[in-house]
Design a protein around this ligand. Structure first.
Ligand code: PEP
Ligand code: MN
Length: 295
């Protein structure tokens, strides 16, 4: 078989240790385990915009029961004229906030040439939805040897997503957590509606032992819907959540990135409380989606 799906090492059928569909390949990130019985909540601002905002968000995450801090120093933006993130200064802020709070850091890398620089600060490297098929980036991230959060492209099939994971895994790095962040339903000139793909979680978990988390923030684009979608994602079988939070003391109108998505602190607390009492279920039987022939 050449270039086919059936030979992917990330599939259960080829990863004999995990042939039982109720098992998961646990990924440890700074002492936090993805893939166990309890869901993991990762939260933080969309972008690192200042030290004060990031520290305030981190304290809220910690107080709510979140286990890792997310926040982008390098932001993938649709328009080249939008705020692109604080870059290296953002990484420094993240490092200071980790020092201050002890929370491990999840942050995005977009450019294969910058993997070492971002990996020097990150505890987990995020591959954004738009980069899921940036193959040179996947290879470099695989070589960096630290855990990877691989978001699903917003129009990617399950096969394409697993093939992307394979690019990382074949470099010797199987510390991969997948993240469903919503798929596009329809789009017009300036606006696209997304939907959290509940249907993909069961089939994915049956196909591969890699843990999968849900991102209700980018899936909805609207903080008022994040709590409801967090519950639905957990019920569908995710091993955790990636949630954007509005830092206490920050006005939405000041934010330069995803201003409508961040949940207030009390909502994050409710989400984390629910997750804290939840047991990740075994993957559903009879997946609706098959894993067919790749292209
Ligand atoms: C993000 O996590 O802030 C982000 C840009 O997400 P996505 O790549 O899913 O759009
Ligand atoms: Mn965002």
């Amino acid at each position: 078989m050449t270039g086919g799906l059936s030979n992917l090492s990330v599939l259960r059928r080829n990863w004999t240790e995990y042939s039982d569909p109720s098992t998961t390949h646990v990924v440890d990130v700074a002492g936090v385990r993805f893939g166990g019985a309890r869901p993991v909540v990762v939260a933080g601002p969309c972008a690192v915009e200042s030290y004060e905002q990031t520290l305030s968000a981190a304290r809220a995450v910690q107080a709510a029961g979140g286990r890792l801090l997310r926040g982008g120093a390098f932001k993938p933006r649709t328009s080249p004229y939008s705020f692109q993130g604080l870059g290296a200064n953002g990484l420094e802020i993240l490092a200071r906030v980790r020092e201050e709070t002890g929370l491990g850091i999840v942050t995005e890398v977009q450019d294969p040439r910058m993997v070492d620089q971002v990996a020097a600060t990150a505890d987990m490297l995020q591959i954004g939805s738009r980069s899921m098929q940036n193959f040179p980036l996947l290879v470099e991230v695989g070589r960096a040897g630290i855990p990877v959060l691989l978001k699903r492209g917003f129009s990617a099939t399950l096969e394409e997503w697993l093939c992307a994971a394979e690019y990382v895994a074949r470099e010797g790095n199987t510390a991969i957590v997948l993240c469903e962040r919503g798929v596009r339903r329809d789009c017009s000139w300036s606006h696209a509606r997304s939907e959290f793909d509940l249907e993909v979680i069961g089939p994915l978990r049956r196909a591969s032992p890699l843990p999968v988390i849900g991102d209700p923030s980018h899936a909805t684009g609207e903080w008022t819907r994040v709590e409801e979608v967090s519950r639905e994602a957990l019920e569908a079988g995710v091993h955790g959540l990636l949630v954007e939070v509005l830092a206490p003391g920050t006005e939405r109108s000041e934010l330069r990135c995803d201003a409508h998505q961040g949940v207030p602190e009390d909502v994050l607390r409710r989400i984390a409380e629910f997750a804290g009492t939840w047991t990740v279920p075994a993957p559903a039987e009879d997946p609706a989606l098959g894993v067919g022939a790749p292209s």
